[in-house]
Design a protein around this ligand. Sequence first.
Ligand code: PLP
Length: 483
Amino acid sequence: MTSDKEPHQETLDPADWEAFSTRLHSMLDAAIGKMRTASEGRVWTEPPEDLRTKFSLDGAAHSPDEVDSTLRYLLPYGAGNTHPRFLGWVHGSGTPANLAADMAAAAMNANTGGRNHGAIQVEREVIDWCRRLYSFPETTSGLIVSGTSMATIIGLKVARDSQLEFESRKSGVCGQKLVGYTSSEAHACIARAFDMLGLGSDALRRIPVTPDHIMDVSALKEMIAKDRADGCTPFMIAGTCGSVNAGTIDDLDTLADISDTEDLWFHVDGAFGALGILSDRLRPRLKGLERADSLAFDFHKWLHVNYDAGCILVRDGEAHLRSFSDRPDYLKSSERGLAAGSPWPVEFGPELSRGFRALKVWAHIAEHGEEKLGRLITRNCEQAAYLGELVQAAPDLELLLPVSMQICCFRYVRDGLSDEALNKLNEDIVIQLQLQGVAAPSTTRISGRLAIRVNITNHRTRFSDLDLLVREIERIAADLTSD
Ligand SMILES: *Cc1c(COP(=O)(O)O)cnc(C)c1O
């Protein structure tokens, strides 16, 4: 007997698959077009007034054509980080080929929290590639996450729980004065992890940096001794491999030594810098990274995987599991069938349902290979060094920090202007570069001075873009100072 209750049951699938195919190919063409012209036109365009109106949801159903044309309308209004002169903060520039992996992932609609299916296997292979890349031991576990901020929370939770023998999972930190150390140049995500882990951001000691902008290791040792004398419990050091202001790398080997001697967890924030392992130019500077207890880094920055994807690696996979594993009855594993394949990703992080980020990472590495990805990183460093030379050759530009990796911080100067006036002028220059669609550097402060900060984690940037940037800064500065 068959049920005739709903002969034409309503679903969310298209009624006409031929028409759907035409529709989707047209969106694919729009997406390819966006990538194909990534190097042309303005870098950034402020979203127009009517964008919000176009996207305001009235709850009614609209035709596919109408919905798709609204999607196409949005394409020009990104941050501009696919453009060769997007030079702000630390963004990756993305690739056209990643569209294919994203489509395949969307078609599978995989939930990678657990169970026994292909997507989980792919993620394990990506983690294993990372493990080998950083010469971590086979005991290593890992998880693909949204980015370094999430990776840091996970790494530091394992550190905290290991210190408190995993009792903290039930009873919290209960008055224990756990303290950790990072440099004053470290990224804010470490303090945020301290906050979220119930340690409080004050428990993260900001160790001053040397004139080379790396953690001052004697100040670190003094601080650890002082904390112990004061009855605090030091439990971890977070080294920086690629600082956001200066692109500098802490002395990781020495930090690993101190972590060993003091019996502390050694975490490394390698958001962009850890990928330097692929570059012949940077690899020698990363010595000590292979000794980290946990390493957080991004695929979406210097590897150019489309947003978002980052990674946490934990050397002691057993500790990682003990810090997160918690399988209630409805998530119990089995030996065979779909519930097999322990441990599941949900046992290594806070998320149960999660998408299939691993596929685009896998496809990216499989297509482009380590060598080419490394060469592009090296070229970005050469470009930052080239910009540093342009700055030094220009009488009205001042280099504010030596170029360490892919970041160049400088400012426009003019005789007779106070530091305060120069700060305002340089900020206005950056805003004009952005508003005029010419380039998108960002700003930071170096010893109180406002710097034009150029970060090149961009496989589309050409040397000529940097010539143009310098010319345009001089043009805009002349405009702003003429009255
Ligand atoms: C970008 C960045 C982070 C944060 O990473 P997200 O992927 O944005 O969460 C942390 N540390 C450094 C050094 C960074 O550059």
